[in-house]
Design a protein around this ligand. Sequence first.
Ligand code: GEK
Length: 248
Amino acid sequence: MSRRDDLYRHQTASAGSFRFDEQVVEVFPDMIDRSVPGYALLVPMIGQLSKRFVQPQSVVHDLGCSLGAVSLSVHQALLADQPPAGVRIVATDNSPAMVKGLQQALEGLDQSAISVEARCADLRDSDFQNCSFAILNFTLQFLELDARDELLQRLCAGLRPGGALVLAEKINFDDPAEQERLTHWHHDYKRLQGYSELEIARKRNALEAVLITETEARHRARLQAAGFAQVTRWFQCFGFCAWVAEKA
Ligand code: GEK
């Protein structure tokens, strides 16, 4: 069980100071669950979706895996039925503190049928050859804008035909009034989860220019340009969306 997230209760945060360091890792499962509406549904559902796309003798990439919640969900889902042979799950994160936590979570996991490999690296250095299923669960939003097109192009090029990417992102809206409504309602969600006004404001400030959102239209255009044949939005709560992008 992770500690309750009270990081911004007592400490101030300068603009853009948010980092995935040891302090964040200690409270991360609680932080993401109480900050991202639907996270507790998305993680097991990505496991379920993996069963439709993962092919035998292929690689699954969990990109920006944090403590490996999605990798473990895919592992569990694939093992539940007849597991496809020769599948490797590669879980990549560039935060050493996160990867240390993931390695602890992997201790004792039965990897005889499907392995889970923890990699401490920049996800942009991944080799996507032979990949049948990839996940960017609230990770692309932390990459510089000008790195995003190339990453998705390389990812789609490496994906096997019939493979898919699950992309989940916080998005923004062109219409300022819609943006304001959904921001207020997201903050209502955080209040419901027990965060104070000060905690909400400090976290928002800390994430300034660290988490860079885009519109749904921009994400769809990028996925299409990268070569994905079909993009389906399967989740939305306020500005938090998830899509399945399929390669023909
Ligand atoms: C989950 N997917 O629990 N290379 C590798 N990792 C990166 C990079 C990069 N260039 N940039 C950021 N990260 C997870 C949740 S959290 C989302 C993902 C959130 C990593 C970063 O270290 C962090 O662990 C993760 O992406 C983003 O399903 O906290 O809102």
